[in-house]
Design a protein around this ligand. Structure first.
Ligand SMILES: Nc1ncnc2c1ncn2[C@@H]1O[C@H](COP(=O)(O)OP(=O)(O)OP(=O)(O)O)[C@@H](O)[C@H]1O
Ligand SMILES: [Mg+2]
Length: 241
């Protein structure tokens, strides 16, 4: 099934300058990700995985190359448009949960809705529904320090999806979790993917990567392996037609 293209990157490079030194972190990444895909990004530490995710999430920009997100050329978008895309189209999940410690679970989940201008009552009811869907009934008014790691990550996922994003970017979301909590979190990602949300997830663990249908292996700033036969098929067909 040929899906719609969500992410297209072409010859993506990223060079960090540190004084006199240049660090060439991404060295020409070309790939596309269709709507509805579940992609695992793997590879050794320092290979450029997080750098790639940050660019895809519009949190950072490439030094060179093209990036088209949802049919829009990201380099042509202004700061407000980028903020809007980040807030409404993309949900981020990080290894360290990144919840605000003084806010309750439900208040954390409400944050993206505040930025989106959703009225207070609707905010609360949507945030509560998200938490319940994540199996967090009874934990709504806990602050993060009173929640387990797995519970905190599920609050973070609720926050990531409360705006109904089309894309979830998760950078080692199970990296700080025990294996039972990790599996719970992966089952949630799988469910979200079944609902049609595109997921790109960085992991070092092959049993976590098994949940994805496609694997990208990064090494030294390049993709050295891509099992994305499904995604490449339309390109090949297009090429021979
Ligand atoms: N802001 C920065 N300035 C300079 N160098 C950076 C910056 N961010 C990342 N790097 C360098 O870029 C390289 C790739 O980093 P990146 O975080 O993308 O790797 P990674 O594949 O996510 O690794 P890990 O598996 O350890 O998370 C590393 O050598 C890192 O030191
Ligand atoms: Mg990383």
């Amino acid at each position: 099934m040929a899906g719609k293209e969500l992410v297209i990157v072409e010859d993506l490079h990223k060079v960090y300058r540190m004084g006199e030194m240049e660090v060439h972190v991404l060295r020409g990444i070309t790939l596309k990700i269709d709507e509805g895909e579940f992609v695992a990004v793997m590879g050794p530490s320092g290979a450029g995985k997080s750098t790639f995710m940050n660019i895809v999430g519009c949190l950072d920009y490439p030094t060179r190359g093209h990036y088209i997100l949802y049919r829009q050329k990201v380099s042509t978008l202004n700061t407000n448009q980028l903020a809007e895309i980040r807030n409404k189209k993309i949900g981020f999940v990080f290894q360290s949960f990144n919840l605000l410690p003084r806010l309750t679970a439900v208040e954390n989940v409400e944050l993206p809705l505040i930025y989106a201008g959703v009225p207070r009552k609707e905010r609360r009811s949507r945030a509560l529904k998200m938490l319940w869907a994540m199996g967090l009934k009874g934990r709504e008014y806990y602050t993060p320090s009173r929640l387990s790691g797995g519970e905190q990550q599920r609050v973070a996922i609720a926050r990531a999806i409360v705006n109904q994003p089309i894309l979830i970017l998760a950078d080692e979301p199970t990296g700080n979790l025990d294996s039972v909590s990790a599996r719970e979190v992966m089952v949630i990602f799988q469910r979200l993917n079944d609902q049609g949300i595109t997921i790109v997830l960085v992991t070092h663990e092959s049993d976590i990567a098994q949940y994805a249908r496609r694997k990208l292996i990064f090494r030294d700033g390049k993709v050295v392996e891509d099992t994305g036969a499904v995604a490449l098929q339309p390109l090949l067909k297009g090429g021979t037609a």
